[in-house]
Design a protein around this ligand. Structure first.
Ligand SMILES: [Zn+2]
Length: 430
């Protein structure tokens, strides 16, 4: 299959500020084979042409941390502190979830993500084969982890399920799915359990997706128990010697930041979830200055309450500016970089996705600029970060396949997905 997008503006995200006017992107078997201005090679004939007049073509957004199926719990419990929210509301309801709930919830999340320009996401949950099935059907790319908690009776089952899931699903959906290990957090995975997790990660040769230093109470609990920060603890345990996606990293010491840098940890910053749960403000500006790779995530819809990465970019930028009282920090281009190539790097996928460049897989979005709130076009990337909304995303391509065109999702039946999620949740709370 040869697909050509022509007459568009290409924001490559490969070189700072690089934007090609009147440009084209040629895609063959899912690979970007040509990017340039004017006309594509005359010897290369496309099977399909998308006219990109008035649109910007850029890398798809990468959501580096979420729990997709939690979209079923959207607005189920709000305005509570993290521990109370988790222990009294979320965990009891999650204990009742079946494979069918997780499948339907993930499809709802996938639909929302596609419609807001996300092409790839990192997920940590359970019943992961059902998550994998939903991802495969939706045509998205994902890094999936079976979330593991070492404190309850399911601890060993979670390990066994992780191994089974990784063995079966790593590289599935034509290579769009990567499977990793998902120890939930240091406060839910005591050292003997973490040791088992790491042994398995080593055996299966996969990375780690973990929540770290999300709240002050977590940091205090770990300090009381181990006389270390959460970052020091997992570093000493050897967790960070694996390719690690570290979600949150809100409460860090300077030496924690040194460790994250030395271990080349990718940080998933979730500003809206951190704000909503009043967890605090992650020192992202400091992390970026230290040269740490940071991506953006939404966390689950129950603590956000949407999976809209365009909104999340704006929140990330505004939050750092107000926290540092410096409007120059985290400029629009840097934020866009975090949501695309930076996120791809956090997920260890930057050899495949994250930029519009020859040799990468075609995970692309087309944003319609013919909107009053996106004109004039002084700086297209600043318009996208500070002015765009989810519904400006017109077309979404993942791995060279068109999954949404003119806002119509091709891979999922929108009405059916919404109905499926609602009937699943009705049964859950009844
Ligand atoms: Zn989370």
């Amino acid at each position: 299959m040869k697909l050509l997008i022509k007459n568009c503006t290409v924001l490559t995200m490969a070189k700072k500020g690089e934007m090609l006017e009147n440009a084209y992107v040629a895609i063959e078997d899912g690979n970007i084979v040509q990017v340039g201005q004017g006309e594509s090679d005359t010897g290369w004939v496309a099977d399909r042409v998308i006219d990109g007049a008035g649109v910007v073509c850029m890398p798809g957004l990468v959501n580096t941390h979420t729990h997709a199926a939690m979209s079923l719990l959207r607005s189920y419990a709000d305005d509570l502190p993290l521990m109370e929210w988790l222990q009294e509301k979320i965990w009891p309801l999650e204990a009742k979830l079946t494979t069918d709930h997780v499948y339907n919830g993930t499809k709802l999340a996938a639909l929302e993500m596609i419609k807001s320009g996300t092409t790839c996401f990192a997920d940590q949950y359970f019943f992961m084969s059902d998550v994998g099935k939903a991802v495969e059907e939706a045509g998205m790319r994902a890094v999936l982890a079976r979330g593991m908690i070492g404190l309850n009776q399911n601890a060993d089952l979670a390990l066994a399920e992780s191994e089974e899931f990784i063995t079966e699903w790593n590289g599935a959906a034509k290579g769009r799915i990567t499977a990793v290990m998902g120890p939930h957090a240091p406060y839910t995975c005591p050292p003997p359990y973490m040791e088992k997790v790491l042994k398995l990660a080593e055996k299966l040769n996969v990375g780690i997706h973990i929540h770290l230093a999300e709240t002050k109470s977590e940091v205090n609990q770990i300090r009381d128990e181990y006389q270390k920060t959460p970052i020091e603890l997992v570093s000493d345990q050897g967790v960070l010697d694996f390719p690690t996606i570290a979600a949150h990293c809100v409460h860090l010491t300077d030496s924690d930041i040194d460790i994250l840098k030395a271990k080349n940890v990718g940080v998933a910053h979730n500003p809206e979830s951190n704000m909503k749960l009043a967890s605090g403000i992650a020192p992202i500006n400091k992390l970026l200055q230290a040269g740490i790779n940071v991506g953006i995530g939404t966390d689950g819809a129950a603590s956000n309450n949407n999976l809209d990465m365009i909104e999340e970019m704006r929140s990330a930028a505004l939050l750092q500016k107000v926290a540092t009282e410096d409007p120059t920090v985290m400029d629009a281009y840097q934020v866009l970089q975090m949501a695309t190539v930076g996120g791809a790097k956090v997920l260890n996928l930057d050899d495949k996705i994250g930029t519009v460049e020859v040799g990468k897989r075609a995970d692309l979005i087309l944003i319609d600029l013919n909107k009053p709130h996106l004109q004039p076009k002084h700086k297209v990337y600043a318009n996208i970060v500070y002015a765009a909304i989810a519904s400006d995303v017109d077309t979404v391509i993942v791995d060279g396949e068109v999954v949404m065109e003119s806002r119509e999702v091709k891979t999922l039946d929108e009405a059916e997905v919404i109905e499926g999620a609602n009937s699943a949740v009705k049964e859950l709370v009844d």
